[in-house]
Design a protein around this ligand. Structure first.
Ligand SMILES: Nc1ncnc2c1ncn2[C@@H]1O[C@H](COP(=O)(O)O)[C@@H](OP(=O)(O)O)[C@H]1O
Ligand SMILES: CCc1ccc(OS(=O)(=O)O)cc1
Length: 286
């Protein structure tokens, strides 16, 4: 399996399951429907946690679906060939996932009423999570050290490109009524209230026992043991599981255990410079 990226319109994408012609065809012709729900996140922001929660909202807390169907089939990645093939023939309301920057998402999104949830996370934690994840992945360029990955992240030379550009792009949707911004940090701090906020956005209501079941079944520990959600199903095809796992720590602030003082200072400076135009209150970790 290649350890290079597929560069598409200036963005480095994982070198598996991505086809430039298909990405072009999708951008032009994939039709988002008003009843779809789209999860958007930069990789390692907690995307799969949010998918699990949305699946459990849809099933009213019943874990049968999440225990019997792989997570990438329940809410397929629209940009991947595998995901696109599932989505294009699917009837009724779809759950759809993407890591794409806004300029690469199929253009029909902007004329639809698709509900879109944009999940953000402290980029320092995304960087650390990405370093460990891509180090065990068999489908992207592997960093040799945290120092090296730190530089790549700042330069946007990581899967799906620059976190800073991703945020700037998608934040342009802020204020639209079909756009909800959530953070990994608020999900961690108060999962129950954040799930209630999601339900309100989606126009769904869960009974107390349904919500309790959702919270239990989407918890880090239960997801880590669910083979339909913990990425153990491809049996080492994509991940070198001897050296780590997809469900790594599931906490906020782990960057403090991995950044040097100099890296922390350098990151603060870059963050201030690159995000000066985005209101601070959008970032609960700052
Ligand atoms: N139920 C859950 N609760 C908290 N964190 C979770 C979670 N499920 C996945 N995660 C964390 O989300 C990150 C993966 O994000 P993504 O789905 O976007 O790839 C990993 O972070 P860590 O590597 O910091 O542990 C993973 O552990
Ligand atoms: C197929 C696109 C894809 C799916 C899952 C990935 O991992 S993660 O969600 O970023 O952890 C990466 C790319």
């Amino acid at each position: 399996m290649s350890d290079k990226y597929l560069w598409f319109k200036g963005i480095p994408l994982p070198a598996v399951d991505f086809i430039p012609e298909l990405l072009r065809e999708e951008w032009e012709n994939f039709v988002f429907k008003d009843e779809d729900v789209l999860i958007v996140a930069f990789p390692k922001s907690g995307t799969n946690w949010l998918i699990e929660i949305l699946c459990l909202i849809r099933s009213k807390g019943d874990p049968k679906w999440i225990q019997s169907v792989p997570i990438w089939e329940r809410s397929p990645w629209v940009e991947a060939e595998y995901g696109y093939n599932i989505l294009k023939d699917k009837e009724g309301p779809r759950l759809i996932t993407t890591h794409l920057p806004i300029q690469l998402i199929p253009k029909s999104l902007f004329s639809s009423k698709t509900k879109l949830i944009y999940l953000i996370r402290n980029p320092r934690d995304i960087l650390v999570s990405g370093y460990f994840f891509w180090s065990i992945s068999k489908f992207v360029k592997k960093p040799e050290s945290m120092e090296e990955y730190f530089e790549w992240f700042i330069q946007g030379n990581v899967p799906y490109g620059s976190w800073f550009d991703h945020i700037h792009g998608w934040m342009s949707m802020k204020g639209k009524e079909n756009f909800l911004i959530l953070s990994y940090e608020e999900l961690k701090r108060d999962t129950r209230s954040t799930v209630e906020k999601i339900c309100q956005f989606l126009g769904k209501k869960l009974e107390p026992e349904e919500l309790n079941s959702l919270l239990k079944n989407s918890s880090f520990q239960v997801m880590k043991e669910n083979k339909m959600s913990n990425y153990s199903l491809p049996h080492g095809q994509y991940l070198d599981e001897k050296n780590g796992s997809f469900m790594r720590k599931g906490i906020s602030g782990d960057w403090k255990n991995h950044f040097t003082a100099a890296q922390a200072e350098a990151f603060d400076k870059i963050f201030q410079e690159k995000m000066a135009d985005v209101p601070r209150e959008l970032f609960p970790w700052e």
